[in-house]
Unconditional design. Sequence first.
Length: 239
Amino acid sequence: MRPSGRQLNQMRKVSFERNFSKHAEGSCLVKFGDTHVLCTASLEEKTPPWLRNSGKGWVTAEYGMLPRATGDRMKREAAAGKQGGRTQEIQRLIGRSLRAVVDLGALGEKQITVDCDVIQADGGTRTAAITGGWIALYDCLKWMEARSMTKVEKVLKDHVAAISCGIFANQPVIDLDYLEDSAAETDANFVMTGSGGIVEVQGTAEGAPFSQEEFLKLLALAQDGTRELVAMQKQAIGG
């Protein structure tokens, strides 16, 4: 039995609240159970120096956790003067995941930054950030479309969503919360597109190595989970 009482293939309750921030061109408060992440997409009329005069735009991401997102207060990374390795790794993952479904040429010489701020953490913050970040990006592009700056369907090639899967108490499970994640024998994150393409897989054996058979079971759970998340994204945007 899982600590939450969920079935092995049952995700936590997922919700998306669009237009959460009044100032951002696109925003979404995403909740995976007790993990809550505010995703905001901000447009800039410029590109990074290496893309200048290329005709291409850029989509990037930043990630952070509020001091009391967890049980104990964490110091702000800004106070330390630098980001931690985990933060950098996660925000790069978010950026790669979103760019996988963006036509940077169709975006033009503009940059969209998707900020993912964890308000409350209970496992799976990066997967929630990617899934909610896509909606914030979509709404930013809709904002641009309303001003004749671009068309969403030209820039966004597909949906992208992410889910964690792992082996907990010798059973493959989906969407691990903190109690499961901290005790899992194997922990993996899957990023997949709406058409079923795999963007990235991060998998780690915390104890004994996992087998190919176990990996395929986790993959099957992730495929079902991301399909469900994409369906929720479509419902949220009215598509």
